[in-house]
Design a protein around this ligand. Sequence first.
Ligand code: SAH
Ligand code: MG
Length: 952
Amino acid sequence: MENGGLSVVAVRKMKLTPKAIIVQKFGRNAQFTVDEVQDVVQNGCPGLAIPQKGPCLYRCSLQLPEFSVVSETFKKKKDAEQSAAEKALEKLGIDPSPNVPSAEEAWDKLIASVKHLFSNEFLSSQSPLRGHFIAALRRDGDLYGSVPASVIAVCDSKLANLCKLINPKVESSHLLVLTYIMRAATRLSEFVVTSEGQLSIWRKDLYPPEIKESSIIQQSESPDSICIEAIHIPSSLEMAVHPVTLNVSSTGYYLDVIARNLDQTDGNKILVSSRTIGKASSEMRLYFAAPKSYLLDLSSDLPNVEEVVDFEGSLNPRASYLYGQDIYGDAILASIGYTRKSEGLFHEDITLQSYYRMLIHLTPSGVYKLSREAILTAELPMAFTTRTNWRGSFPREMLFMFCRQHWLSEPVFSTCSNSLKESSESSRFYEKSAALESAETGKECTSGGGTAASDNVRCEVKIFSKSRDPILDCSPKEFYKKQNESIENASLKVLSWLNAYFKDPDIRLEKLNNLVGALDIQCYPQNFFKKFSSYRFIHNVQQRKMGEKLLQANSINTLNAIPEHGIYCLSIGGPDSGIYPSNGCLSFISYSVSLVIEGETMKELLESREEFEFEMGTGAVIPQVEVVTAQMSVGQSACFCKELPPQELILAAADDSARTFSLLSSRACCLEYHITLLRVTEPPEDRMEQALFSPPLSKQRVEYALQHIKESCATTLVDFGCGSGSLLDSLLDYPTALEKIVGVDISQKSLSRAAKIIHSKLSKKLDAAVPCTDVKSAVLFDGSITVFDSRLHGFDIGTCLEVIEHMEEDEASQFGNIVLSSFRPRILIVSTPNYEYNAILQKSSSTIQEDDPDEKTQLQSCKFRNHDHKFEWTRDQFNCWATELAARHNYSVEFSGVGGSGDREPGFASQIAVFRSRTPPEEDDLLKDGDSAHHYKVIWEWDGNGLSRSSL
Ligand code: SAH
Ligand code: MG
């Protein structure tokens, strides 16, 4: 056995597809026939019935001379064919992996392949390696004709694949390929020469002159001399990453130039990263000096190559992190090399900015920021609501990217359907072996016509290292209507968890688990930290350096600050248009971010966008931008300052990274944001209520309340959960007996809008000749309606419109009890969505909005009508709740609603309960709650004389 004393290791299966084997064996005698299957049968995942649009499943029958087989159904023709072939192989008793060479055979092939490289023919081949062989013939002196083994190892994927067959560890240890190639060369002593301490190979005999001449002439058509911008990454974190210029003369060999920049005599002592960095198409690689011990070890004939590499040099954390494998000593990142296509040298400049972009591209939030081209503004969202509202790369896509970049295996998704709800706990998981399969089917499902059926798909994700060690699992408990939704949500959970680590790599695991406890992650700490520890190291040194340069918060003007959000010097300007973004809607802003330098009037523009949109309430932008945008109305502009984010983000955003870097390291700085709110789209609930009902559903609710106010001659009204005051505002337009109106809400933002709107309405009425309202007093309270406040006891009428579904169910019950036992209004009107009506809304919204295909999925993929809804009840559920509540507190209750009809299925769009106290008013006073505490805070008050007091 001629394998250089190598231990024979498990051979990885080489993939010859089942179909290829059948075709090889039977040729034309194998007939594959693919049929479309009309109905939805189980597509490899029993119980999962996702309705499909039109026929899109395939089944393949394979006819062989002796017998025939039929495959299961698949979404893709080629999968059906493979499945049929697989079945046939099983029948034939053929193991589908017979053609894989053994480790010994691979070793023999490797030696033969290396030999071929040094043949005459190779100089006229198409291989990218050819360029190196020709360049070697132009090297001077001792180096003449010597080809660095490191380029052989990385430029020929066939050689690397053979090495993987010899030893699967090659996959995760790039330097092993080099070792095998050097060893193969020592077996070829009649043709090539290797020498001690040299990482290169020479051909023994000279090339025939005519072959040599013609090759060299071809190559030297390139220009005289080229200058390439590259990046120097010192191994010491104390030293900055900086640009270097590689000056390659037309007769020089670029690897020798790189070597000199790394203080090495020549390219034969340089190692090259086996994988390109950044885009797949790039030639960007890391170059670093081979440690001396490594050079010596190569020539010794140690029995086990796996253990030879013992670097005494210092680890280069930044280069290792960028590459995903250990790199020692200083490194150069350059994009240069011979390619198959071009005759000359391919090369591209790498700027510092592109280096920092590559760096941040390794973190989940960095991938997202780059995909949105908003490094200083966008942030990986915390929630995946709908495909329509998501912007930038999708979570599944980003997770694949993350795994690829960190040399992890592809994420494995397993989806599980739960058509029988009762079996949800024990429901079996149907592992779809290929991550791709379920992911792709997920993609295809997006336009499927979702029925009103309950959510029934759930998805698990598992992340493994290349050697299949588990890194983390995510098993969300939530079910979704569509497979695709479950996949995106699970992917986002994994990304969010990883992101928490990358934000603060010192975080202790328990803390990380607590912090993102809702993410249903199980982490395998040993494997996880083994993989990601180098990042922690880099992060810490950088944080320490930055800490010294931070502009202290107290030296920034704290006027109009919201320090808890890290916002300083906030100013919002422009007229209030009354149109505010709320959660679930898309905000369109234009913005710019500049670096403000202490003691300088000049600002350095870092990032700006004419139009940038994001979904409110999901954390799709940095918190400061979201908080400020939520306070703006359409047309207004805002300006504020915040502390600096991590340095690599600023440098990735800055066009002139070198200048920015020197500013950052010499002066105190902060970031200044300018934002203009261009427009907002309403959340789906509002849009639907306006589009489908005339008058809009919200108006109908107001009119319904108004009718009861008039009939009851109420003089006092409290609106529980008044929001932005739409009811209170509208009431002022009608003549009623109302004298005092009060609103309560927990949202300060909504209350301040309500205050503005009601104030301006009351002021106008005051000036009007014939005021149509008798309202003399109006108060807005900040407080939770689940807590009693004696100032609101015994009002004539209480309203609570579309509020309870925004609380958890137990809080809704708590509110019910408190309002009827303590607040005790004579009449209470409660409205909430009728869940059964959603089916109609979904159907109609897809017909009325046919022009926008994306719109269709909006409501369907939203579990409830609004993302903030914690529940939506059927008529039965609401009736039970209200009937039981009324009985307990001596109220009567009647049911009604608005939108649609109470007589026809499925009832009203908004269901309403009207409670009336059965206790006579005089007795009611005796029942008055002893608690006279004031738990609410007055936010704004109007006293009837045009005077108002506001504590906002
Ligand atoms: N009634 C208004 C607003 C409905 S939106 C309308 O019909 O337009 C629901 C409102 O309930 C929000 O403004 C929210 O802040 C408020 N809310 C939710 N939980 C609350 C609680 N526990 N106490 C007071 N208000 C609450
Ligand atoms: Mg609501």
